[in-house]
Design a protein around this ligand. Structure first.
Ligand code: G1P
Ligand code: ZN
Length: 541
C-alpha cells in the first residue's frame, strides 16, 4: 500500500451527478485517482465498506477499474463487487448495490456521449439506495477535489477481471460477477416472460440496437436466449471501447439506422435502442416513432399488465419539461402525479418514500422503483409485455391511447454550443418579463401563467429554484426554456414545446406542424433565433 502525493485538480461541479470529461483528461496523471480518493474521503472513508464497480465498456474503463480496485483496497474497503470485464449497465449497477446492500457504487461511463481516446469518459458515485449521490454528497466530493493532497493505492498486480469468482487485493475481497445474471433475474420478476416468449414464438419480430454499448450482452441474454427472439434480433451487440465510432444516444438522429429499418418495407413489429450505459432507450413501431413522453404515458396506463405492477402504481413522476401526457393517465386512474426538475436524482426521494412507482423524462428515460436509475432495457421489456398482452401493434396502441386521453403534441428543440453569454442573455431576457406575461397574447395564443420553475421536494422539503422558464397558454399549450446542465461546450438552450389536442379530431397531425403556433410564440417571447443569429435548432427530437 502506498500514499502518493498529488495537487488538487478540480473535478465534479456541485449539483451534477457525475464527473464527465474528455477521456484524455481522465488518462492524465492522477486525475482519476484524485476524484476517486475524493469520493472516499467525502463519504466518510472506505474502511470496512462494500462497493459495486463497473461501467459501459468504453475506452479506459478497464484500466480505471483496476486502479479503483487498488485504491479501494488501500483505503480499507472490505469488498468490491465488479462486473466481469468491468462491465455493468447503470441500472444493473444500481440493482447490485441494492441487492448486496452495498455502501455505494462507482460507475464508469459518460452515458450517451461518444467514447474512445478522443471521446468522453466519466465517473459517477451512487449511494446505498442505488441512486446517484445527492447534491450534499456531490458538493462534498467537489470540495474535497479542491483540497486533496494525495491518494492511497495498493502496489499489486492487476486483478483478472475476466475470471468470475473471488480474488483478494491485500485484505479486500474482489468479487467478479456475471454482469447480466442478477439483472435478468430481476426482470423475470417484474415482466411476464412467458407471455413475451409466446408472442415471439407466434412470429412477433423485433430489432434491438445496442449501439455497440453495454446493453448488448443483456439484450442478447434476455431477448434472444430467455425470451426466444430470433438470433440476430439484437444488433451492434458487442460493447466496443469506442462504440464502433457510434454516438450511442438512442434518438431518431443518432439511432437513424434503426429508424430506417423501422420505416422500411418489411420492417419488424417493434424496434428499440439504448444508450452507452443502458439507462436511456427509444422505442419505435413499424412506421411509427414513439416520443418518450408518450411512451412513458403508455407505460403508466398499461403497467398493470406486467406482474411486477399488477397491484397498481403508487404514483407517477415526470420531469417538468416532460409532456403532460402522463398526467392525463394519472388523473384518469386517480394516481398521484409529481412534477420534478430535470435530472433523475430528483426522483430518488419519491421512490424511496414509496410515493411514486414510475418515473420518466422526455430525454428518453423511464424507470421504476425496481432500481434508482432510469432503465432502458426494463422499459423495452415493459413494452414487449404490453404488446404481448394486448396483441396490438405499436400504432394501434398509440392511436388508442390518444383517443382515450387526448394527444400532447411535443417536441424539444436544442440550440447547441452557443456562446455562454448569448445563452445567458436569452434566458435572462425572458426571465425578466415573466411576471408581466399572464393575460398577454402572443402569436394568437393567450398566456395563462409564466414562472421560473421551483420544486419543493415533498419528502424532505428542500427547494430547488431556477429549474426552467415556463409559459403556459390557455388550452393546455406550453413553452419551456432551460439551459442544459450536461452540455460540454458553451451553452445549450433546450426549448420544449407542447400542445394538447383533446381529439377525436386532429390526433394524426405532423408533430412540428401541430406545434407551429408554439414555435412562433416561443420565438416571439424569447428570440432565440433573433439573438443568437442561428437559423434554427441543431437537434429536434
Ligand atoms: C439531460 C436531459 C435530462 C437527463 C440528463 C442526464 O440533461 O435533458 O433529462 O436527466 O441529460 O441523462 P440536460 O443536458 O438537459 O441538463
Ligand atoms: Zn445513459
Amino acid at each position: 500500500m502506498s500514499f502518493r502525493k498529488t495537487r488538487p485538480i478540480e473535478g465534479q461541479k456541485p449539483g451534477t451527478s457525475g464527473l464527465r470529461k474528455k477521456t484524455s483528461v481522465f488518462e492524465s496523471t492522477n486525475y482519476l485517482e484524485n476524484f476517486v480518493q475524493s469520493i472516499f474521503d467525502a463519504t466518510g472513508g472506505a474502511t470496512g465498506r462494500t462497493y459495486v464497480l463497473g461501467g459501459d465498456g468504453r475506452h479506459f474503463g478497464d484500466r480505471a477499474a483496476q486502479r479503483i480496485l487498488k485504491m479501494a483496497a488501500a483505503n480499507g474497503a472490505r469488498r468490491v463487487i465488479v462486473g466481469q470485464g468491468a462491465l455493468l449497465s447503470t441500472p444493473a449497477a444500481s440493482h447490485l448495490i441494492r441487492l448486496h446492500r452495498a455502501d455505494g457504487g462507482i460507475i464508469l461511463s459518460a452515458s450517451h456521449n461518444p467514447g474512445g481516446p478522443e471521446g468522453d469518459f466519466g465517473v459517477k458515485f451512487n449511494g446505498a439506495n442505488g441512486g446517484p449521490a445527492n447534491e450534499a454528497v456531490t458538493g462534498a466530493i467537489h470540495a474535497r477535489t479542491l483540497t486533496i493532497e494525495g491518494y492511497h493505492i495498493a502496489d499489486t498486480a492487476d486483478v483478472d477481471l475476466l475470471r468470475i469468482g473471488t480474488q483478494q487485493i491485500g485484505g479486500m475481497e474482489v468479487s467478479v460477477v456475471d454482469p447480466v445474471a442478477d439483472y435478468a433475474a430481476l426482470m423475470e420478476e417484474l415482466v411476464d416472460f412467458a407471455a413475451i416468449r409466446a408472442h415471439f414464438a407466434a412470429g412477433f419480430r423485433m430489432r434491438y440496437d445496442a449501439m455497440c454499448a453495454v446493453t448488448g450482452p443483456y439484450a442478447r441474454e434476455i431477448l434472444e436466449t430467455r425470451l426466444g427472439a430470433a438470433p440476430g434480433t439484437v444488433v451492434n451487440a458487442t460493447p466496443l471501447p469506442d462504440f464502433g465510432g457510434m454516438h450511442p444516444d438512442p434518438n431518431p438522429t443518432w439511432a437513424h439506422d434503426l429508424m430506417e429499418h423501422m420505416f422500411a418495407k418489411g420492417a419488424p413489429d417493434f424496434g428499440a435502442a439504448s444508450d452507452g450505459d443502458g439507462d436511456r432507450h427509444m422505442v419505435v413501431g413499424r412506421g411509427i416513432y414513439v416520443a418518450p413522453s408518450d411512451a412513458f404515458a403508455v407505460l403508466a396506463a398499461n403497467a398493470r399488465l406486467a406482474p411486477g405492477y399488477a397491484r397498481g402504481l403508487k404514483g407517477v413522476a415526470r420531469s417538468m419539461p416532460t409532456s403532460g401526457a402522463v398526467d392525463r393517465v394519472a388523473a384518469a386512474e386517480g394516481l398521484a402525479a409529481y412534477e420534478t426538475p430535470t435530472g433523475w436524482k430528483f426522483f430518488g426521494n419519491l421512490l424511496d418514500a414509496g410515493r411514486a412507482t414510475l418515473c420518466g423524462e422526455e430525454s428518453f428515460g423511464a424507470g421504476s422503483d425496481h432500481v434508482r436509475e432510469k432503465d432502458g432495457l426494463w422499459a423495452v421489456l415493459m413494452w414487449l409485455n404490453i404488446l404481448a398482452a394486448r396483441r396490438e401493434s405499436v400504432r394501434e396502441i398509440m392511436t388508442g391511447h390518444w383517443r382515450r386521453f387526448g394527444r400532447n403534441y411535443y417536441s424539444r428543440h436544442d440550440y447547441e454550443a452557443l456562446p455562454v453569454a448569448t445563452g445567458d442573455a436569452i434566458l435572462a431576457g425572458l426571465r425578466a418579463r415573466l411576471a408581466d406575461l399572464p393575460g398577454q397574447e402572443v402569436s394568437g395564443l393567450t398566456i395563462r401563467e409564466a414562472d421560473d420553475f421551483a420544486y419543493a421536494d415533498p419528502v424532505d422539503g428542500s427547494v430547488s429554484a431556477g429549474q426552467g422558464l415556463r409559459v403556459l397558454f390557455e388550452g393546455g399549450g406550453r413553452v419551456v426554456l432551460r439551459l442544459s446542465g450536461t452540455g460540454t461546450e458553451g451553452a445549450t438552450i433546450r426549448l420544449y414545446l407542447e400542445r394538447f389536442v383533446p381529439g377525436p379530431e386532429g390526433l394524426d397531425q405532423d408533430v412540428q406542424g401541430a406545434l407551429a403556433p408554439m414555435i412562433s410564440a416561443a420565438e416571439a417571447l424569447a428570440g432565440i433565433r433573433r439573438i443568437s443569429g442561428r437559423p434554427g435548432p441543431d437537434v429536434v427530437t
